[in-house]
Unconditional design. Structure first.
Length: 594
């Protein structure tokens, strides 16, 4: 007799195989879905009808097995394959793929954290990397000095085109040879300065305080009390409060490699500006290091002869320190910036600075990325018998700012083999007051690094030579591009050549990733059997590495899926035959009652 159980058994086969076709169809439809993980259905028998549970062997029987008839099949569950898909290079730095067991951590609206393997991220209007559906990629940020801050994870932000940085100079390295056979210095530059009419400077009648003798200028005399020798009488002053004395177009050093243009300098004249202020201004403008005794016995600096009213300027030795002070270089301007006089002073040059010397220039940068021109020179000071040579270095600024262009001086020594004995770097400090940058700008100049550094060999066929081989620091630069490394660290490249860490992508790992709940859209949520998310840096705790500029492909195996589809179709068809056969038996049974 036909059994109705067979109908329901066949029906369970239809349902189970149709569910299998659903899963296979979903796998095939997602064959091109980024980082899709294929799924499979596992079948299990529903339950059995037991006729006998069997019996154990006895003395007179060998025992019997259970007598059971199956009553159908069911889809016992699904299993997701979290094996890695193939990696496809896209060349887009915003794309990322994972080789390993980790998941990207992304944040949904409301702060919920979910997880994905699809790394096709794109920036939003806030420069945050987000998924196609708007979830923010999470990672470690950086502090103001671009050091990773691993105290908490936050949305990864890459502000291309808007983030700017500058790097202050900390080290410069020089390379070259100082000619030990160069000529020793005999004297520095000697220049006298007097009124344009050729006489010494004097004061107007009734000046206060009055000079101590002969109506001549003293260092304490106010500039507004100095008379103008070009105008008859002694009551017209050469200077007036509100005017500005400017030195422009001046040069320092003999013609050739040692000559350089000095930055413009200005002295604001007030009712209290004294002759000493003027002398200090000239000394600072030309970078004269005062108080040094030259070989001819003259002391460097600027002095005033109270007996004649003549200003004497004595410069430092070395051809690089020669002073060129022409009347045209000194301009007197009124409050509107118009020139008051074209010939304020007359100058007489009695001697030029001599001695072997060399100078080079380079550009340093302050904390705001502003370029600062630095001149560094060396002048032969002495060649003691059997002990090598001694050189004096001079550092000067090529940028105008308040104060002296002189940044420092000192001596270095070389041994009899021409090697540098003074290995301590030169310490340079540049005032950046009033610029908004950190002041002072301090950095070292190394003489012993690079390809040989600085030496002092005899060079009978030429002069000393010097160049700045390497200078760190950079002007302002804008974030231009970025790349993600295997460890998830995001490195940004700036237009000024600098590179900085912008953050780090983190990965989550689960003890049972198959327990995650699929939310669709390549997103997963923690499930009851997945375990909690372990957040770690890539390459740590087995999370795997990140491949930048690439995407993970689906791990669907089309050949396997088509084979499974054939088997599912066969199982479905066979189940229909069971139902049809049972129906035929029922028809035969019914025909007996006609």
């Amino acid at each position: 007799m036909a059994s109705t159980n067979a109908l329901f058994t066949g029906l369970s086969g239809l349902n189970a195989n149709s569910r299998l076709i659903d899963v296979i169809g979903n796998n095939i439809s997602n064959v091109n879905t980024t980082a899709y993980k294929s799924n499979r259905v596992m079948f299990g028998s529903m339950f059995n009808r037991t006729f006998s549970i069997g019996s154990a062997p006895g003395v007179n029987t060998g025992g019997t097995n259970p007598g059971q008839v199956g009553l159908g099949v069911q889809a016992a569950g699904t299993q997701r394959n979290f094996g890695n898909g193939a990696i496809n290079a896209t060349g887009d730095s915003r794309d990322m793929a994972i080789e390993g067991e980790g998941f990207f951590v992304v944040q949904r609206a409301g702060g919920e954290q979910v997880y994905t393997r699809a790394g096709s991220f794109r920036p939003n209007s806030r420069n945050e990397l987000v998924t196609l559906t708007g979830e923010r990629l999470m990672g470690y940020g950086v502090d103001t000095r671009f050091n990773l801050d691993k105290s908490a994870i936050s949305p990864v932000s890459i502000p291309l085109g808007s983030l700017t940085i500058a790097e202050p100079t900390t080290l410069a390295a020089l390379q070259g040879n100082l000619n030990k056979n160069g000529s020793l210095p005999t004297h520095g530059a000697s220049v006298s300065l007097r009124a344009s009419a050729g006489s010494g400077l004097g004061v107007i009648t009734g000046a206060s305080p009055a000079p101590s003798g002969a109506n001549l200028v003293e260092t304490s005399t106010r500039l507004v009390d100095i008379d103008d020798p070009a105008i008859a009488g002694t009551t017209t002053s050469l200077f007036a409060a509100g005017q500005t004395l400017r030195i422009t177009g001046a040069q320092k050093g003999l013609t050739g490699v040692n000559a350089k243009n000095l930055p413009d300098s200005e002295l604001a004249i007030t009712s209290t500006t004294t002759m000493q202020d003027l002398m200090d201004f000239l000394q600072n403008a030309y970078g004269i290091v005062p108080g040094q005794t030259n070989p001819d016995g003259a002391t460097t600096g600027i002095t005033l002869d109270p007996a004649t009213g003549v200003v004497s300027i004595v410069g430092n030795t070395g051809s690089l320190n020669d002073i060129t002070l022409n009347p045209a270089n000194m301009q007197l301007l009124d409050a509107s910036g118009s020139q008051v006089q074209s010939s304020l002073f007359s100058t007489t040059k009695a001697a030029s600075a001599d001695g072997e010397s060399v100078r080079t220039s380079f550009v340093a940068y302050d904390s705001l990325g502003t370029p600062v021109n630095i001149n560094i020179g060396f002048s032969l000071e002495s060649t003691p018998g059997g002990t090598g040579s001694n050189w004096r270095w001079y550092a000067e600024s090529g940028n105008p700012y308040s104060g002296s262009i002189n940044l420092g001086t000192g001596t270095i020594s070389f041994g009899t083999s021409g090697a540098l004995l003074t290995t301590t770097p030169l310490s340079i400090s540049v005032s950046r007051a009033g610029t908004g940058a950190i002041t002072p700008l301090t950095f070292d100049i190394s003489l012993s690094s690079g390809s040989g550094g600085v030496t002092a060999f005899a060079n009978t066929s030429g002069n000393s030579n010097l160049q700045a081989q390497q200078v760190d620091g950079a002007a302002i630069g804008t974030l231009q591009s970025f790349a993600v490394g295997d460890d998830g660290i995001i490195t940004g490249a700036f237009t000024n050549g600098l590179s900085r860490t912008l953050g780090q992508v983190v990965l989550a790992k689960f003890s049972n990733p198959e327990g995650l709940v699929d939310l669709g859209g390549n997103l997963y949520r923690v499930g009851p059997n997945s375990g909690t998310a372990g957040i770690a840096s890539p390459l740590d705790l087995g999370t795997g590495k990140i491949v930048g500029g690439a995407l993970e492909l689906s791990n669907v195996d089309l050949g396997s899926e088509f084979l499974g589809l054939i088997l599912a179709q066969t199982g479905y068809s066979a189940s229909t035959r069971v139902i049809r056969t049972t129906d035929d038996l029922f028809q035969q049974l019914l025909s007996l009652g006609r």
